[in-house]
Design a protein. Structure first.
Ligand SMILES: *Cc1c(COP(=O)(O)O)cnc(C)c1O
Length: 369
């Protein structure tokens, strides 16, 4: 058996280890938030947003942000059918309903025309998820949001390094949410970030994130409301400070891996890869290929072939509306069709050139079977 190729693996250097060690040894008492503050500061500077709150996960950041926007019982939030459950779960927890719309065939992100059609009097927000680091059509979505006076939220968990018309993913909506899970481009093991440039929304989330205790509240242990506890620890933030100092390098490497695949698959129109529309730049978190329907290649054959070659590959997200606890929406044709002939490719920081070649050979080899 050939040696195994993993699909993701973090890049942790002596820099992150030194910061984490320092946080573990000295990050207590009046230093107990020091790395958290540094991490938030560096991250919002990278993004070009005014405010940032480090969280224990992206799911938590989304949950608090949506709660602060007043999303609750009976409300509807429009999102793409193609997504990881983490983007939908906070909507359900708030008593609201995720409304799943179809995706575009090239970016695999929500189709603005479908969003427009899905708006009802109960619609409370639009949730744009930049799938696999591909970019949503933010201008079209913002125009719809403005027309109906709705907040446009960005789940940018997969989109660090992606830039839309000069603006970084996660910095454009009412608020943005990021994940630093171990599989993401920037990792703290588990972790996330809430970002916004809306000061009032920031203050609300800050209060919510502190179990409802407003920072202006003079009484000790006096919550003004029932809040949340989705905080990041100082030790995780120390790893984050190291990662954010290396962010340029981490994104550049993702991009180089993506460019390698693009170049290997060029000249094979039956293989589509993450689409980069004009005036956008992809951070390329997860290179993904979609085979043309005419090839007859299926997810199951792809999984079997990658397994034989000892290469990890993940299946494209199932449509959320196909899960047993949601209502099926097979009319979302692209969301129900594309996953059946797609696969996510390995793209970790330290993957070697021969390993990349092995992966690309498996992808191209499928065309001859
Ligand atoms: C990873 C991911 C999440 C969840 O992030 P957590 O930090 O695990 O909560 C949410 N949305 C998207 C698009 C993701 O890729």
């Amino acid at each position: 058996m050939k040696p195994r190729i993993h699909y993701t693996r973090p890049s942790i250097t002596p820099l992150e280890v030194a910061y984490a060690t320092d946080a573990a040894a000295n990050g207590w008492g009046d230093q107990c938030y020091a790395y958290i503050g540094r991490f938030e500061e560096a991250f919002k500077t990278h993004l070009g947003a005014r405010f940032a709150i480090a969280t224990s996960s992206c799911t938590g950041a989304l949950h608090m942000g949506m709660a602060a926007l007043g999303i609750g019982d009976g409300d509807e939030v429009i999102m793409a059918d193609t997504n990881w459950i983490a983007s939908a779960a906070p909507i359900v927890h708030l008593g609201a309903k995720p409304v799943f719309v179809d995706i575009l065939p090239d970016t695999w992100c929500m189709d603005p025309a479908a969003v427009e059609k899905a708006i009802t009097p109960r619609t409370k927000a639009i949730l744009a998820v930049h799938l696999y680091g591909n970019l949503c059509d933010m201008d079209a979505l913002q125009a719809i949001a403005d027309k109906h006076s709705l907040p446009l939220i960005e789940d940018a968990a997969e989109a660090i390094g992606s830039v839309y018309h000069g603006r970084r993913a996660g910095s454009m909506g009412s608020f943005g949410a990021f994940s630093f899970h171990g599989t993401k481009t920037l990792t703290t093991g588990e972790g996330g970030m809430f970002v916004t440039s809306d000061e009032a929304l920031y203050e609300k989330v800050l209060t919510l994130s502190n179990h409802g205790r407003a920072r202006t509240q003079p009484m000790q242990f006096w919550p003004d409301m029932v809040g949340f506890k989705y905080k990041m620890s100082n030790i995780q933030a120390a790893i984050g400070v190291g990662q954010v100092e290396r962010l340029g390098e981490l994104i550049d490497r993702k991009r180089a891996i993506f460019d390698y695949y693009v170049q290997r698959f060029a000249g094979h129109p039956e293989i589509a890869i993450n689409a980069e529309r004009p005036n956008t730049h992809l951070g390329a978190w997860m290179p993904t290929v979609v085979y043309a329907a005419s090839t007859g290649i299926t997810r199951e054959r792809l999984q079997a072939e990658f397994k034989d070659e000892n290469v990890d590959a993940r299946v494209f997200f199932w449509p959320l509306s196909s899960l047993p606890f949601f209502s099926p929406a097979p009319e979302n044709k692209n969301a129900w069709d594309i996953p059946g002939r797609s696969i996510n490719l390995p793209s970790f920081h330290d993957i070697t050139e021969p390993e990349l070649a092995r992966v690309a050979d498996v992808v191209l080899g499928m065309l001859e079977k």
